[in-house]
Design a binder for this molecule. Structure first.
Ligand code: HEM
Length: 415
């Protein structure tokens, strides 16, 4: 893998049509910011004629991203047209799910699962989340280094997912494994799977395991867990195998990787901005706004892709029917025209929710409130214990242009 340009000067010297922000190395090395700063300035809707994923448009400004999000009749998420990632899933292994559908099927299926993350259920879940978070924090080692990602971020989000699925507790790390498999870039040397065939085989094992639970839930009276809801939902109970794999994959990844990476990214951000740590300790009322800032700062989903159904104008460019249009949330969240000091980590912004990390429009993240609740409780419990958490080494980042993953983060807690 060739190292990308690292400095602002090197990036500014590149010919515009050679800029390929879909290169996963940019995110592994965490050097994407100058590329997007240049595109927002000089070519906010930018055409990359050649990449490993074919030609594609990049949408880099906040307002243009919003335009694409809300015009879903023009900019489609449909799996048949290519789905939601710059990289197409191989046709023979395509796994549809409602994030990769347009209305009306998208609406019908989303409606089946939405109640599990609606406010009434969140109120029921709060006590469990708090009790588990407290236990995980209390059991962390003191005065010795450990991996925050594994011991905290993965553990808490996996527990949450096991609860949402009512999944066998002792097997819950299978959910972590399937999530990692589902999102891995198979080109990365440390990927859990190294080909699409291997990925498909692992996800087939997932479907077999989940299929057994599904059959039990379908025979039992409806309950308030994701599998039972899907098994009884009119729009989801008869899904073909591939759609079953895709839908479970969506819910596992959606509820896992994103919140996990915000738990890790938030800690890293506070470590790099000790003044903001102090402000938070002095004024815990800033917690809800800290949570939003960590979600903006981390931007766990790097991009979502759409495909134009018809010719359209976007930011002064002519998009043709069939073109790939990629919304770069990492860039929209750093758009200086819309967000003051966008590269800063500021925990008392006047409009902390004004970011694109959850997307927008009909596909806006269905689990946003749950993610916020988990993050809020984590920081409340950390503050309650007055934990001094020191980051003692660099983060290891994922080779991915889709999810901004932190694979490990060494920390130490002093007594
Ligand atoms: C900080 C945490 C999270 C972030 C940043 C995040 C981000 C996103 C984004 C960017 C989208 C696509 C939005 C669009 O296309 O406009 C999305 C969709 C989705 N998310 Fe999340 N998410 C998070 C947590 C969760 C959780 C906890 C769950 C489940 C419990 C979840 C489930 C989903 C699902 C099912 C969709 C598809 C929605 C649809 O197509 O209608 N997410 N999320």
């Amino acid at each position: 893998m060739k190292a990308p340009a690292q400095t602002w000067q090197d990036v500014d010297a590149l010919p515009l049509d050679k800029i390929n922000v879909a290169d996963p190395k940019l995110y592994q090395d965490d050097v994407w910011a100058p590329y997007f700063a240049r595109l927002r300035r000089e070519a906010p809707v930018h055409y990359c004629p050649e990449s490993a994923y074919g030609p594609y448009w990049s949408v880099t400004r906040f307002k243009d991203i919003m335009h694409v999000e809300v015009n879903h009749e023009v900019y489609s998420s449909a799996a048949e047209l290519g789905g939601i990632q710059v990289e197409d899933q191989p046709k023979a292994m395509d796994r549809p799910s409602f994030i990769r559908m347009d209305p009306p099927r998208h609406t019908q299926q989303r409606r089946v699962v939405a109640p599990v993350v609606a406010s009434a259920n969140l109120a029921n879940l709060e006590g469990t989340i708090r009790e588990r978070t407290a236990r995980v924090l209390d059991e962390l080692p003191r005065n010795e280094p450990f991996d925050w990602v594994d011991r905290v971020s993965i553990e808490l989000t996996t527990m949450m997912l096991a609860t949402l699925f009512d999944f066998p507790w002792e097997d819950r790390r299978k959910l972590t494994w399937w999530s990692d498999v589902a999102v891995a870039n198979v080109q990365a040397p440390d990927a859990p799977v190294h080909s699409e065939d291997e990925r498909f085989a692992e996800l087939t094992s997932m479907a077999e395991y989940m299929g057994r639970l599904w059959a039990e839930r379908a025979n039992d009276p409806p309950k308030f867990d994701l599998l039972s809801m899907l098994a009884h939902g009119q729009a989801t109970r008869d899904m073909p195998l591939r759609e079953f794999m895709g839908t479970l994959g969506l819910l596992i990844v959606g509820g896992n990787d994103t919140t996990r990476n915000t738990m890790s990214g938030g800690l890293l951000a506070l470590h790099r901005h000790p003044d903001q740590w102090r402000r938070l300790r002095d004024n815990p009322a800033l917690l809800p706004s800290l949570v939003q800032e960590t979600i903006r700062w981390q931007t766990p989903v790097i991009h979502m892709r759409r495909t134009a159904r018809e010719d359209a104008e976007l930011g002064g460019q002519h998009i043709r029917a069939g073109d790939k249009v990629v919304m770069w949330y990492v860039s929209g969240n750093r758009d200086e025209e819309v967000i003051d000091d966008p590269d800063g980590f500021v925990i008392d912004r006047p409009r902390p929710r004004h970011h694109l990390s959850f997307g927008s429009g009909i596909h806006r993240c269905v689990g946003d409130r749950l993610a916020e609740l988990q993050l809020q409780i984590l920081w409340e419990e950390i503050l309650k214990r007055d934990l001094e958490i020191e980051v003692v080494g660099p983060p290891v980042r994922a080779y991915s242009n889709f999810l901004r993953g932190i694979k490990s983060l060494p920390v130490r807690i002093g007594t």
